[in-house]
Design a protein around this ligand. Structure first.
Ligand code: AMP
Length: 121
């Protein structure tokens, strides 16, 4: 499967669709999920064209990988839900069909602001 340049996050990265930005650096963009599942629901995505975590881990540079993983903590800090600034959070990435991935651009969900609940429903 090739990367789809018309997926919604690619359009956000190109500035064709607006987002409520939380954080941005050279390699990472974070914004609020348009359909929040918890009190706080953010998304953290790489700026590079990666379909999912497996694609990312096989093709991304070490700098991109470090930036994305660290980006999750930076976003949690900024939102006041990290362990040091708040009460914790959950991050998850859906991968492909069985993972329930809808948007084919790698993204980590960040849920918090309240107890997130059961790990898998
Ligand atoms: P997934 O099922 O893991 O692929 O999650 C895709 C997520 O993207 C869902 O939680 C959607 O609510 C979210 N989403 C879709 N379109 C947008 C958008 N334009 N801005 C922000 N979040 C979006």
């Amino acid at each position: 499967m090739n990367y789809d340049d018309n997926n919604i996050f690619a359009k956000i990265l190109r500035g064709e669709i607006p987002c409520k930005k939380i954080y941005e650096d050279e390699f990472v963009l974070s914004f609020y999920d348009v359909n929040p599942q918890k009190k706080i629901h953010a998304l953290v995505i790489p700026k590079g064209k990666y379909i999912d975590l497996d694609d990312f881990n096989s093709k991304a540079t070490e700098r991109e990988i470090v930036a994305l993983i660290k980006g999750i903590s930076k976003v949690a800090d900024k939102l006041g839900i990290s362990k040091s600034k708040g009460k914790g959070y959950r991050t998850l990435a859906n991968i492909s069909e069985h993972g329930g991935q809808e948007v084919p651009h790698l993204h980590f969900h960040v849920f918090g602001g309240e107890k997130v609940g059961r790990m898998v429903e």
